[in-house]
Design a binder for this molecule. Structure first.
Ligand code: AHR
Length: 502
């Protein structure tokens, strides 16, 4: 039996809604088919966006959406994706399957999608193969409301008013697919390119995202920050608002591509995947420690803008499309990872799961006109209550360690937040074979009762497909009892649980 102690009088940090962000790249069937089917499709749509997908996404309160990549971003030339569709240039998507990209989804379509979702824009610019002028003009096109060549072009293309770009990424993975740069070289380019990401609207400042490390590349974090902070004005706001971090959970590693099946795995691989998910805590802590030296006031957020499970593609699908199923294992990885982000919300202020639809650890999968919600979707739905809440001090004691020697993990992880007088507790039970009891003790409240309790559970390989879309779903959690300031939760094996007290 474990004990969860919650000091509900101690708020540690604020959980920005953007920690629950998503990522959509021109990759496989994410944008095309998954989100955008075009105005003339038989699939019900509004201005080309699938109605079923938008409706499902709205229910999980998507705060921010990153686009157009990924590796695609550093090959993307935005001018090709504006203007009359029949005149838009076609290009080869060299990174992702070598397919033809017809640019029918471009800047205007992206902002239309955001309008329908009610989400903020995180646009990723091209440093790897684009010029400073191209990036600068894109920002002018999107955000300038006065008279200028790019503002006039936007109006001519049908959009009078400028849009709001909340976040702008200055390159993507520039240590790899974004140009194979050294940290010092990229750091200098970052200084230069970000200069021309102009702020045309003082009340709607664009927050700039600097390309951060891959996994545990502390050398990159150190080198980029050192270069950027050398002769940098002391006022950090406006120069760099975020440093990104990318980390994928790949059981078995890269060989040279992931070989592990998304749905066919044993307990050892289950524990390996959990251990790798928990590694996020170390990554965030250690990159955060380097950031602390340059930015002790934590003005710069860490943006984990690519995270999730990466398995072998589903048999028979295009290897370049990264289409994989999503099982209860993914639900646990999501629950564990989001608990880690909540706990580090003083530094982790944005995160984007990769990717939103039909690619890697998606919340939705589509096939023709059919759509299913994945187990990961249901976790995002429960965890939406953490968005914009305050993290409360909490800790678990007496947690049983489980799993084989090399992949030992705690059976349960947690995070706790408070918003509008309601305390949200999320717990994940990684044990594939046993339930675990948790006694919950709140120190600073006496008259609490359970307002809502939900869970997602199932066999470790359980998943939804197009013929059986509700094998895994969110349900009422009956394993909770207690009142006042003491509660008991009996977490089933393989479960992610949400308890709301008020
Ligand atoms: O999400 C798939 C790819 O993973 C992205 O394009 C790239 O940034 C990362 O390597």
């Amino acid at each position: 039996m474990a004990d969860l102690y919650i000091n509900n009088k101690k708020k540690l940090s604020h959980i920005e809604p953007e920690v629950y962000g998503h990522f959509s790249e021109h990759l496989g069937r994410c944008i095309y088919e998954g989100i955008y089917v075009g105005e003339n499709s038989d699939i019900p749509n509004v201005n080309g966006m699938r109605k079923d997908v938008v409706e499902a996404l709205k229910a999980i309160d998507i705060p921010v959406l990153r686009w157009p990549g990924g590796c695609f971003a550093d090959e993307y030339h935005w001018m090709d994706g504006v203007g009359p569709k029949n005149e838009r240039k076609k290009m080869i998507n060299t990174h992702w399957g070598g397919v033809t990209e017809d640019n029918s989804f471009g800047t205007h379509e992206f902002f239309e999608l955001l309008r329908q979702l009610g989400a903020k824009a995180y646009v990723n610019g091209n440093v790897g193969s684009g010029t400073v002028q191209e990036m600068s003009e894109w920002v002018e096109y999107m955000t300038f409301g006065g008279v200028s060549p790019m503002a006039e072009l936007r109006k001519k293309n049908g959009h009078e008013e400028p849009w709001t770009v909340s976040y702008f990424g200055v390159g993507n993975e520039n240590w790899g697919c974004g140009g194979n740069m050294t940290p010092e070289y990229y750091g200098n380019l970052y200084r230069r390119y970000q200069t021309y990401v102009r702020q045309y609207n003082p009340d709607r400042q664009i927050k700039k995202v600097c390309c951060g490390p891959n996994v545990d590349d502390y050398h990159w974090t150190e080198g980029v920050l050192k270069t950027c902070f050398d002769h940098t004005p002391e006022k950090l706001h406006g120069f760099m608002d975020f440093l990104s971090l990318h980390y994928y959970d790949v059981p078995g590693g890269w060989n040279p591509t992931p070989q592990a099946s998304a749905t066919n795995f044993d307990e050892t691989e289950w524990f390996e995947t959990m251990k790798r998910a928990l590694y996020m805590d170390e990554l965030v802590t250690r990159h955060g420690a380097i950031m602390d030296r340059y930015d002790p006031g934590k003005l710069i957020g860490l943006s984990v803008d690519e995270w999730g499970d990466w398995f072998a593609v589903e048999p028979g699908t295009n290897p370049g499309f990264l289409y994989q199923q999503n099982a209860m294992r993914d639900a646990l990885v999501a629950g564990v990872t989001l608990n880690i982000f909540n706990k580090h919300s003083d530094r982790v202020r944005m995160a984007c799961v990769a990717q939103m639809v039909n690619v890697l650890q998606s919340v939705l999968l589509t096939e023709g006109e059919k759509m299913v919600k994945t187990p990961t979707y249901h976790v995002f739905h429960m965890y939406r209550h953490h968005q914009d809440a305050d993290l409360l001090e909490s800790s678990l004691t007496g947690v049983e360690e489980i799993g084989p020697e090399e992949y030992r993990v705690p059976s349960v992880t947690e995070s706790v937040s408070e918003k509008d007088g309601i305390i949200t507790i999320t717990l994940s039970n990684m044990d594939p074979g046993s339930s675990h009891e948790v006694d919950i003790h709140l120190s600073g409240a006496e008259n609490l009762s359970v307002k809502e309790a939900r869970l997602v559970t199932g066999a470790m390989q359980a998943h939804n497909d197009f013929d059986t879309p509700d094998v895994v779903k969110e349900e009422a959690f009956s394993g909770i009892s207690g009142s006042g300031n003491t509660f008991k939760a009996d977490l089933p094996a393989v479960s992610v649980v949400e308890i709301r007290l008020g």
